[in-house]
Design a protein. Structure first.
Length: 277
């Protein structure tokens, strides 16, 4: 791509885009991003940039004031703000990933637009290689079958929502069986009926502050084997809900939770305390 057409001033309305730009070595081109971006990409807090609202609450005047030549956003969009950006003649890249394949496609698209296609391919290759390494260690292809625990993953608590399809893929790679339909709503009774061996909470926007003991008591889950054996965990939100290379942190966290005998514990994972009888 001719250098005159490569974006130099990027507004990122999505943490996953900010992480991707950092991994391909272009964080210095981010002139504005959301407050959530620093959770997934701490390096962005070290440089001068404007804080803007996310894709859903985006204010077009805020975005245009940063004088971007590229805006990257993800679903859900605020249609009016997107319309204003397009009317101003600014390039707009809209993302809506569901699977790991979609995430690789988005990384490639960002890298291509930024004129760094090879760096994007390298990031994708590294992600795929690490996921494959974990899959092999977790017993995929072993002569002796490794048990596959049933894993319930939750991305929101009210209503209860199963984690996204890419999380289901990571659970499978980590040697578990994903309980329920990824991305769909469920309820406490349905989760109980699925007899999960492991329960993982990663609420959008909650960091690692999900109140595990309180949730279990409120939902009447005290009798579940996963609870009795203290196999209820909180993984930081940005490790599972940011569709970017940071998912490898989520994979490592899941692998240690699902197969603690095969993988080292992740320092950012929180485990439920003992419950009152």
């Amino acid at each position: 791509m001719h250098s005159n057409y490569i974006p130099r001033r990027v507004v990122s309305l999505q943490p996953s885009a900010t992480v991707t730009l950092q991994r391909i070595g272009l964080l210095d081109r981010v002139v504005a991003c959301t407050k959530w971006c620093a959770d997934a990409c701490p390096q962005v807090a070290e440089q001068a940039h404007t804080i803007v609202a996310d894709s859903w609450t985006a204010k077009s005047a805020e975005i245009l004031a940063a004088r971007p030549d590229l805006v990257i956003a993800s679903v859900p969009y605020q249609a009016e703000a997107v319309g204003e950006i397009l009317k101003a003649g600014i390039m707009f890249l809209g993302l809506a990933p569901h699977s790991l394949h979609d995430i690789y496609t988005d990384i490639a698209a960002i890298a291509r637009i930024m004129g760094e296609e090879e760096r994007g391919e390298k990031v994708i290759d590294e992600m795929q290689a690490e996921i494959e390494r974990v899959r092999r260690t977790a017993g995929d292809g072993c002569d002796t079958p490794v048990p596959r625990p049933i894993v319930f993953c939750e991305e929101w608590g009210k209503p209860i929502i199963h984690s996204q399809p890419w999380v289901a893929e990571l659970v499978e790679a980590a040697g578990g069986k994903f309980l329920g339909k990824a991305g769909s709503k469920t309820d406490a009774q349905s989760v109980s009926a699925g007899h999960p061996d492991v329960m993982v909470m990663a609420w959008c926007g909650a960091g690692d502050r999900v109140p595990l003991e309180k949730i279990v008591e409120q939902r009447g889950w005290q009798g579940l084997p996963a609870v009795r054996e203290r196999r209820v965990f909180c993984i930081p939100d940005e490790f599972l809900n940011t569709p970017a290379p940071t998912l490898l942190e989520g994979l490592h966290a899941l692998a240690a939770i699902v197969h603690p005998e095969l993988f080292p514990a992740h320092p950012r994972v929180k485990q439920i305390e003992g419950l009152r009888d």
